[in-house]
Design a protein around this ligand. Structure first.
Ligand code: NDP
Ligand code: 8X3
Length: 254
């Protein structure tokens, strides 16, 4: 396995959920981490908790210029990023496509697709030049399995899956690894965001079952990122045991 002490890990969307859990996991093993997100007070608390090996920077993943400025301007101790976890993302709403808010679709595309592309494009050159690095992208089971209300969210995650594979084709010969992490039902702030802060609605999917936790997904990320350099995990699909597939749905009304 790779020595985690040699890793400088940049994580987008580290103020909550998988991103925060991954930051803690890497720090615990001796890595350096750069944590980003929009909520400054959360980042400050995380920096306080994680200490000197953590650098925090407020960044909206949709901010193309800001993303490139961050990559170019990291403090020297954090400048040689060799693991990037492009995790910032969200689902908004669960309405059927003909009733969904177009603004929600746009925000998901801007964050989950365009923001993720900016992160990849800003950090890949340094890693390719140094012939060492790993880009981990947060996809989802929603990329592969349609469900009512998944519409644009699932579409954005399908993009992540194909983008990851195409990046592998382009990065052949650079030594840079690419992994698409595709979790299923996981209890984070994801549902709270999806349902616009409605705590009762957000709790419902997890009630009475054991979903994945942020730590479970962080463990998956950590494992893939610390495998020996000659191994590339293309994609990991991970669900709680309490989640599986249903039959096709039919309508007799057209
Ligand atoms: P959380 O809501 O707990 O965390 C999402 C993180 O993304 C937050 O830190 C948030 O930070 C950040 N984020 C959202 N929008 C932006 C933005 N514009 N700029 C910067 N950061 C942003 O959810 P999860 O940890 O569950 O989600 C992480 C990723 O995993 C997402 O891409 C999600 O789609 C994916 N996923 C989640 C699953 C689940 O069931 N939980 C399953 C499969 C995939 P802030 O608000 O401070 O900016
Ligand atoms: C999150 C998992 O099933 O809520 O990507 O879309 S799901």
């Amino acid at each position: 396995m790779l020595d985690p002490k040699g890793l400088t890990v940049l994580i987008t969307g580290a103020t909550s959920g998988f991103g925060a859990a991954a930051a803690r996991r890497f720090i615990r093993e001796g890595a350096k981490v750069v944590v980003t997100g929009r909520r400054a007070e959360r980042l400050a608390a995380l920096k306080e908790e994680l200490g000197e090996r953590c650098h925090a920077a407020v960044l909206d993943a949709r901010d193309r210029k800001g993303t490139f400025a961050l990559a170019a301007g990291l403090p020297a101790a954090f400048a040689r990023v060799n693991v990037v976890v492009a995790n910032a993302g969200l689902a908004l709403g669960l309405e059927p496509a003909h009733k969904a808010r177009l603004e929600d679709w746009e925000e998901m595309v801007d964050t989950n697709i365009k923001g993720l592309m900016y992160t990849a494009r800003a950090f890949l050159p340094g890693m390719a030049e140094r012939k060492e690095g790993h880009l981990l992208l947060l996809g989802s089971v929603a990329a592969d399995f349609p469900y009512p209300g998944g519409n644009a969210y699932g579409g954005t995650k399908a993009f992540v899956g194909q983008f990851a594979l195409n990046l592998r084709a382009d990065l052949l010969g650079t030594g840079v690894r690419v992994t698409n992490i595709e979790p299923g039902l996981a209890e984070t702030e994801f549902s709270l965001v999806r349902f616009g802060g409605d705590a009762a609605k957000a709790a419902a999917p997890y009630k009475g079952l054991k979903p994945l936790s942020g730590d479970d997904v962080a463990e998956t990320i950590y494992w893939a990122a610390t495998l020996p350099r000659h191994i590339n995990i293309n994609r990991i699909q991970v669900m709680p045991v309490t989640q599986a597939f249903g039959p096709f749905a039919f309508s007799r009304e057209g």
